[in-house]
Design a protein around this ligand. Sequence first.
Ligand SMILES: Nc1nc2c(ncn2[C@@H]2O[C@H](COP(=O)(O)OP(=O)(O)OP(=O)(O)O)[C@@H](O)[C@H]2O)c(=O)[nH]1
Ligand SMILES: [Mg+2]
Length: 688
Amino acid sequence: MAKYRTEQIRNVALLGHGGSGKTTLTEALLHKTGVIGRMGRVEDGSTVSDWDAEEHRRGISINLSVIPIEFENMKLNLIDAPGYQDFVGEVISALFAAEAGLLVVDAVSGCQVGTELAYDRLRDLNKPRIAFVNRMDRENANFTGAVESLRTTLGDEKIVAFQIPIGEADAFKGVISLIEMKAYLGPEGKEVPIPDDLLAQAEEARVALVEAAAEADDELIMKYLEGEELTTDEVRHGLHIGVRNCAITPVYCGTATGGIGLERLMQALRRYVPAPNERTVAGTQNGNALNLESDPAGPIAGTVFKTIIDRYVGRMNYIRVFSGTIKKDASLANTRVGRSSRMANLFHIRGKELQATDELVAGDIGVVTKVEELVTGDTLTAADRPVAADAPFYPRPLYSVAVTPATQADSAKMGPGLSALVEEDPTLRVQNISATKQTVLQGMGETHVDVAVHHLANKFGVNVETAIPKVPYQESITRIASAQYRHKKQTGGAGQFAEVHLRVEPREPGAGFEFTSEVFGGSVSSVYFPSIEKGIRSVMDSGVIAGYPVVDVKAIVFDGKEHPVDSKDIAFQTAGREAFKLAVKGANPVLLEPIYIVEVTVPDEFMGDIMSDFNTRRGRVLGMEQKNNRTVVRATVPLAEILRYSTDLRSMTQGRGIYTIEFDHYEAVPSNVAQEIVAQHKEEGNDE
Ligand SMILES: Nc1nc2c(ncn2[C@@H]2O[C@H](COP(=O)(O)OP(=O)(O)OP(=O)(O)O)[C@@H](O)[C@H]2O)c(=O)[nH]1
Ligand SMILES: [Mg+2]
């Protein structure tokens, strides 16, 4: 690979619905630019981009993959991102490292969910986008239909065809550029005059293109409105501005497997994707916000956007350099941990292939290996002149499974294996839930978590069993109650005697546990108060009515009896514990359940379904708002009702809905539901 300056680099993320052909397109462009002699196939697991065993097994991309190609004195860093929704973390990372997005669209299905979600992200980030209608060779391919579906679904009139196809399906032979009004035939893109039967269609389509170009520039619109013809260069100029300002989304077409339209596509990427030094990114320096310029001589800021813990290479961190130049063997500080490391191993990467390099200039993407503690979101910078790019925001996990080691041997390795998984993927989380005594692995969806479990086994050698996690209920009381318990064991051996009179009172939510004494006249010596409290605390963890932690209770020992010989710590622990259980049972105990705020974003037509569905989940709708051509519904819903919401929402909205969840508060479980939970607890024989 030649050396490229910042202004010769273009970073573009390939986004779109699963199966639209993103990985195949990278393979075709590698083939077109002579990097590979023969194209691999996703089905055979032989592409450069899909190198992970799980990708081969499932036939989909799971990881983002960096595929640099060289084209006309430029380096195009293609970042192939997965289309499957669960791998949204990879899409966020890919977009973080890129200046623009290439939306790959299937010519038969047109705008699909993945296209819509990717477009929304690009719009929210205000990053330029180009659409490529791929698979034009397929039966029922329909370019006009695809463009129309993009416009209507995305609600964006400025989605403009920059080309039209010559033929469709098996008659697809080439493309017509509406800018130059020339036709390009076959994989080699041989330039020919526009076929007569397509001239009228091309001219008609060109009207919309010229109009869009004119509207992008004040001078051009004046000329256009005065009825003057715009020159090709003026049209190109207007389009350039329009695309860069995210006002226009150009649409190209072709076929990755057929190799048609690729040359023109690379031209478009070269022309419309901004160079890194044409955009700034938000960052900080000494706590002050600043806009980082991609200046190779500027302060060093290289941010990690992907981490892989590889069995052979060890830790690999993908770096996007936002400012300055990272040189081999330089000592750079990791701003998050405040420690410096030597950049001993610096590489460019293509798929899984590492190519050693002695520097990474501003705007470029590379990999450093074996830098301990470095994870996604960290920035490498000069210790004496620290700057950092603002790390991307990754959504909270939506789907959880409880994991248990499959064998004794696995239990020792499970902890480190799970932390390695989490270090690799910022959308994976591991929590040890004390309320349910479970280790829970959390991710963005069923497939995401399943892939993680497979990686745990195949990459880190840890086998686990998974189950639907228990809901971390809590127990509490709603009124004051008292009880007393006498513990007496005076048969054979050392006797035990203790009697505790205890009152329990409810406390404010979140106030926690309080123990105090109101014993007068020394009926119980104060030396036994800690024993009573210890006994009570043992119940606090294991629960009274359903085996869940007891919270927000004040326990007051106000009387009791002791025996000069047989009273001792263990006796008062027992009496305290049992008196507490009795008192709690008399204080109208309730189960509390975690309530989450769920925010669902769906196309308007699904709003009604979402609302009524929330009613079936004991949910309360808080409100709705419009966001572009979608509705955002906010509701509070018990966690117990949304454990598998990702799967349900997908089927309710044909995959077009997305949602976020956030813990909000605990609330009493309705008695009919609580009875079931208590009954199940009894059934499991946990109740004494
Ligand atoms: N007929 C035809 N098939 C294509 C074309 N491009 C890709 N395919 C096929 O489409 C299927 C999906 O291709 P991929 O490249 O895996 O799609 P993707 O967008 O990377 O999918 P995800 O990684 O799941 O997001 C494969 O079977 C490809 O062979 C094309 O131009 N024409
Ligand atoms: Mg793919």
